[in-house]
Write a protein that binds this ligand. Structure first.
Ligand code: AMP
Length: 507
């Protein structure tokens, strides 16, 4: 038996001397370098007692070593559990308690606070932004030869936590087949080959940077310019060396903000893709005007990998996410679950090999969203236009997407509601020129109280990742409600729509 994912992504590259990861300083790592490092790390994981099916939780900065650790985890037959680098120790404690990893890998600075997230002990190793730490020191003592642990297509390869609608994050369980089938479809649909050099500026704790970008490039045998984060000046400097870039809408608006981002820079490029949040039709057009390139927008989510894509050849239609990918079935349903005709707005449901196995240890939540016949209710609202293009019109779940990251308001509201002087709160997303949406907390004060917005923001700073923290706090007497008693978030969004319309509001 084989190891489904590793055998497809990295095993074929054994011994290959050509570039795999090109670093900002111009140095590079070959496919063989990463293949060998992943062998050492896989042997280390096994020596540390990580068994097939065990979780390896990883909260580290992006580095070549971090990618090798992902491959090593798969190679050792374990389940990779990446965590957003912005999560606080209090948030990590929840994930560790829920997933019960056999090993946690984090930054050395974070390891100093281990009692805050590993109160009952547990194995911890370190890896820093420069690829150093006791994980790598220990790996050097292990052989680079390792027989990948056999794993079937339906065995788990990864668990990625999504923000929970009820305030609790859910672990989306992804199998080897889920990831491999989607990588194959995308490599083919977007024509990736070993000639490609992808500019990779996305984080690798998220499905976009880890699976959509890295898996696809490994499958195709291409190279990646491996940047620690998105920095517009650096991207402008390196784009002439790339053939493709995958981005979130914020990448494109930030590039367009710079006069030195010109059409000449991107003449060698063959593809720009966008996803994780809606790309404004206006951005699509401005990008085409500046560069002559039409951004290819696609739609996916942690639970499903990628579902739809605009065509590589053919019209890439602004404001749409294109057609269902090969092997993905997509339908629009009404509130009663009935199938809606083209042109009508309803819930987007998808089915296919790309759809996850369910939520980790949450059978009730899984049953609510994933039907026994395989249809997954995405929570996104959309319609299919007369030409078959899928249009996303909103989100059923009130999700906020800021800078490409998801924030479920409930998680923030629950913390604010406990604060002194607060009667209740509604957390909303309103248009923000840089982040797409900015988080705003609207608070109804308790009678006679005068809650202080700055104190509320300060109180949240240690408890919530920065991207979830409200950028503005508005104090009012009473939240608007409809006749059913539901808070009218749409009214609040309209009222505060202009809050960030100035350019100086980012923090
Ligand atoms: P995540 O699980 O973090 O990848 O977030 C998935 C959610 O992002 C989806 O359910 C959508 O609400 C949103 N999303 C992803 N891609 C797009 C897109 N191209 N346009 C609009 N929303 C998107």
């Amino acid at each position: 038996m084989t190891n489904t994912l590793f055998d497809a992504l990295m095993a074929p590259h054994k011994g290959e001397a050509r570039d795999f990861l090109i670093l900002p300083d111009g140095s590079s790592l070959s496919y063989d370098d990463i293949h060998r490092l992943s062998g050492r790390l896989a042997n280390l994981l096994t020596a540390q007692g990580v068994k097939p099916g065990d979780r390896v939780a990883v909260q580290v900065q992006k580095s070549p070593e971090a990618l090798a650790l992902y491959l090593a985890t798969i190679r050792a037959g374990a389940v990779f559990l990446p965590l957003n680098t912005a999560y606080t120790p209090a948030e990590i404690a929840y994930f560790v308690g829920d997933a019960e990893p056999a090993l946690v890998v984090c930054d050395p600075a974070r390891a100093a606070r281990r009692d805050d997230f590993l109160p009952d002990g547990g194995k911890l190793m370190t890896l820093d932004a420069d690829g150093k730490g006791d994980l790598i020191e220990a790996a050097i003592c292990h052989a680079e030869v390792q027989n990948p642990v056999p794993r079937r297509g339906d065995d788990l390869a990864a668990i990625l936590y999504t923000s929970g609608t009820t305030g609790r994050s859910k672990g989306a369980m992804l199998s080897h087949d889920n990831l491999l089938s989607n990588a194959r479809v995308l490599a083919d649909a977007w024509r990736f080959t070993s000639e490609d050099v992808l500019l990779h500026a996305l984080p690798i704790f998220h499905t976009h940077g880890l699976f959509v970008a890295s898996n696809v490039l490994m499958l195709a045998g291409g190279a990646m310019i491996w940047l620690p984060k998105f920095d517009a000046a650096q991207v402008i400097e390196l784009l002439p060396r790339a053939t493709s870039m995958m981005g979130v809408p914020t990448f494109y608006t930030r590039l367009l903000d710079r006069p030195d981002f010109t059409g000449e820079l991107v003449q060698k490029m063959r593809l720009f893709t966008s996803g994780s949040a809606p790309l404004l039709a206006e951005t699509h057009r401005a990008f085409e005007d500046r560069t002559g390139h039409r951004i290819l927008e696609r739609y996916g989510m942690t639970e499903t990998n990628m579902n739809t894509s605009n065509p590589y050849e053919g019209e890439r239609r602004a404001g749409t996410v294109g057609f269902p990918l090969p092997g993905v079935a997509l339908r629009i349903t009404g509130e009663d679950g009935s199938l809606l005709p083209r042109g009508e707005i309803g819930q987007i449901e998808v089915r296919g090999d790309n759809v996850f196995q369910g939520y980790w240890r949450m059978p009730d939540k899984t049953a609510e969203d994933l039907a026994p016949d395989g249809w997954f209710r995405t929570g996104d609202l959309g319609m299919i236009d007369p030409d078959g293009y899928v249009v996303i019109v909103g989100r059923g779940k009130d999700l906020i997407i800021s800078g490409g990251f998801n924030i479920y308001p409930k998680e923030v509201e629950l913390l604010i509601d406990e604060m002194p002087g607060v009667l209740e709160s509604a957390v909303i997303g309103v248009p923000h020129p840089d982040f797409g949406e900015g988080v705003v907390a609207v608070i109804a004060r308790a009678e006679g109280a005068k809650p202080d917005p700055d104190a509320i923001i300060a109180d949240l700073s240690d408890r919530l990742a920065r991207f979830k923290q409200p950028k503005k706090v508005m104090i009012i007497d009473e939240l608007p409600r409809n006749t059913m008693g539901k808070v009218q978030k749409a009214a609040l969004r309209a009222e505060y729509a202009e809050l960030f319309s100035g350019r100086d509001q980012t923090r």
